[in-house]
Design a protein around this ligand. Sequence first.
Ligand code: HEC
Ligand code: HEC
Length: 441
Amino acid sequence: MLKRLSPGDGGLFSPPQPAKLALCMRIPSYRLCFVGLTLAVTGCSADGDPDNQGGNSGHGGMAGMAAGGGEAGSSAGGAAGNPGGSGGSGGSGGTTPTGGTGGTGGTSVPKVPFGVDKRVANPTCIAPARPTNAANDPFPKTIADTGCFDAVDVHKPRPALIPFEVAAPLWSDAAGKRRWMAVPDGKTITIEADGDFTFPIGTVLIKEFELDGVLLETRFLIRHTDGDWAGYTYRWDDAGNVATLLGDVVDYRFVNDLEWQFPSRKNCLACHSTSAGRSLGPEIGQLNSEMAYPGTGRANQLATLDHIGMFKISPGDPKTLAAYPSPTSLAGTVAQRARAYLHSNCSHCHRPGGAMETAIDLRYLTPLAETKACNIVPSKGQFGLPDSRIIVPGNLSDSILRFRMSSTTQNVRMPAIGTALVDKLGLEAIDAWITDLKTCP
Ligand code: HEC
Ligand code: HEC
């Protein structure tokens, strides 16, 4: 049977957490939640107000929570504004997790100022030249040849690889993921006005996938010397010992009763689009969260990257910066969680210039009024629902966005590619938001 792991829980890398029990009740302006043994007081003044997607939400300890530790509260701030526009309050607005587990399934990971102490030289994990397909093509054929993993243990990243996690992950049929960045020595990351990271030429970004303890593939997004990016994936053998480069074709593998699809190189770039800046996860709102760094402890990712000099210009104190909540947590508001989900799972295709023949813009920072979704007649079919709109406040069955997300039918389902199963927890986050919406701004 297919086991539903919550995003971020990887059977192999971080044993599934026991289900969290949350009991919540509303008193006039707060929501009181008892989660496990921890008490969280959640300001909910911003919840339920469709025009108010945000204001300040405290995201302190969000990662600790995502990792199954304590429960974070959000601040009671409810000032109108773009979601995340004014950032979090660094945990001061709520109860801070005391027992963040950092995905290690029960062991408490200590909090440290920085997850990495200093930048480690990176002599080997550097973008290779594009593959030529010639007989003597030097493009690495197996993961052992890439220079990014340990020469003896190919599962172990080299010290120069910096691990990272995203607050709102992409749903990939409950697969667990590990992510790293490898930036060439002496080069730095530029932060764009919208918070998106632009990596220097030569950068290698890596994401490893496993499902129910089975290693599936390790994807490489590489910025070549011509300045553009390309995607490649290495498929692990059944024993999980050797990962071999796949050609530019879609490949398949069964894990229990799920048919896993290895995307083609074209598929990579359909999502890793130019309009989305090719790299997708690394941006301020996604990395302004804590992660449990192997061997050190829990630390804010932006502070860590800044500390070791990875940024061309420091973004400043993370507490002053946008922080997307984890969609499956209780951090932030209902609207912020839903918008973070849509941002991560949909906006790489649905954004201006996304070339998807639809006008909707599902980026987190786009005000709801400008998403071209709320009370807008769908341009790509109403599926027999005459009163349907892309989003209808308070009405799930007439909301086509929700309808498509809950479908598994080819050409209806959303996201269009990359998943076979409906993301039940993701859908819950969207449903809670649409149900809560009163009107379109
Ligand atoms: C269905 C859309 C989709 C497809 C297809 C896809 N990706 Fe991604 N990928 C994403 C999203 C969204 C993220 C960021 C969120 C996350 O990591 O959970 C991401 C993250 C990554 C990362 C981590 C760095 C980053 O940009 O966030 C790498 C590396 C990566 N993908 C490589 C690939 C490669 C290589 C392929 C093709 C073999 C591929 N991806 C296909 C959507 C996609
Ligand atoms: C890989 C690119 C891709 C991703 C990722 C993606 N979509 Fe789409 N989306 C499309 C395409 C292509 C269409 C047009 C489909 C058609 O013609 O029926 C579309 C159409 C839609 C429509 C219909 C719009 C209209 O005007 O009728 C909605 C709503 C939608 N997507 C929602 C989502 C949501 C929600 C997500 C994330 C959970 C998502 N999409 C992720 C490519 C994508």
